[in-house]
Design a protein around this ligand. Sequence first.
Ligand code: LLP
Length: 414
Amino acid sequence: MSAFEYVDGELRAEAVPLAGIAARHGTPCYVYSRSMLTQAYREFDAAFEGIPHLVCYAMKANSSLAIVDLFARLGSGFDIVSGGELERIVAAGADPRKAVFSGVGKTDAEMEGALAAGILCFNVESASELDHLAAVAGRMGLRAPVSFRVNPDVDPLTHPYISTGLKESKFGIEFAEAPALYRRAAAMPSISVRGIDIHIGSQITDLGPYREAAGKVLGLVDALATDGITLSHIDFGGGLGIRYRDEAPVALADYARMLRGLTGGRREALLFEPGRRLVGEAGVLLTRVRLLKPQATRNFAVVDAAMNDLLRPSLYDAWHAIDPVRPRAAEAKLWDIVGPVCESGDFLGQDRKLALQEGDLLAVRAAGAYAMSMSSNYNSRPRACEVLVDGESTLLIRRRETTAELHAQETRLP
Ligand code: LLP
């Protein structure tokens, strides 16, 4: 159930009116519901109750310290993709021994940091990366725990920019290459072979691609076992979609039933890397209408949030629901909801039927994932603040950036 509901004609986050948050903290502002975040994690975790498993929240979806802290307190592990994300989980008080490190281009320094922190596993994506990691671990006198991310060549049926498990993609190791690479890794003194992983894409709303990829990967695990290579975990990645418009997301119970069916009786622990599914629907981006600009062919509502705050519509043609915080009884018109950034691609939504006046507040829904974490300072816009709502209380978990901070790292010419 959503914690963003209308009560007495105005939209609330849990028990707190969004208008009050805007008055106190200004706009644009991301607002998250602690109960929805908690519930999403618990639902995922509970779906695999009774089998050894670890949910590793893919923190790229939303890496704000308080969000990481919240998931760590719930028992979550983390999927990280950079040294910066490793430092974030440490800063948030989370346990790096529950972190898996994904990504195609880890640097030596990132490998060193992760080895020193004692992370759970490196998800290795190429033969070359294995060699670099073996060298770094060898120098440190350590054994690096390794899982190979294999590419099952399955179409996840999602946007091409967020499809990762097709053989044309830069991600993962080709299936046919995997057995030889496992044999090579098993013989390396500074490598400890632990697992296998896949991640086929994001915003997946169909169980079929998951079933196909899981079947392939389990076949590979069995083939490796006959080669004498046994694994302690299988990581099924992330990618489960949410509802932005009219999608029918995969029910967690169905996803878990499918995987329980395929893995029943196996001894490997199961790992998961959900990102969007844990945070996406738990956040809104609160923005205020600055001015209205009705024109002959299109009506523009210029708001104070922009593509630098929410890149998804501009980059992926993504559709986010946009709702008035206090709906008006007046007649609705079609509006393009655009930001102040100097790009025609700067829109949050197009052709939205709304009754608007200048100064109105709007909530852009499902902005908990890949919104703040993909935000930028384009047009020298300070990044927005973030507020976590918990019942009747609110907590400013990130204050608004100042314009002075935007150029604090820069110097003028000598
Ligand atoms: N594991 C790996 C290795 C990943 O690359 C990703 C996401 C995830 C897990 C989590 O996927 P999720 O459960 O959130 O779908 N910016 C795009 C999404 C990019 C996803 C990148 N990788 C968007 O806004 O739709």
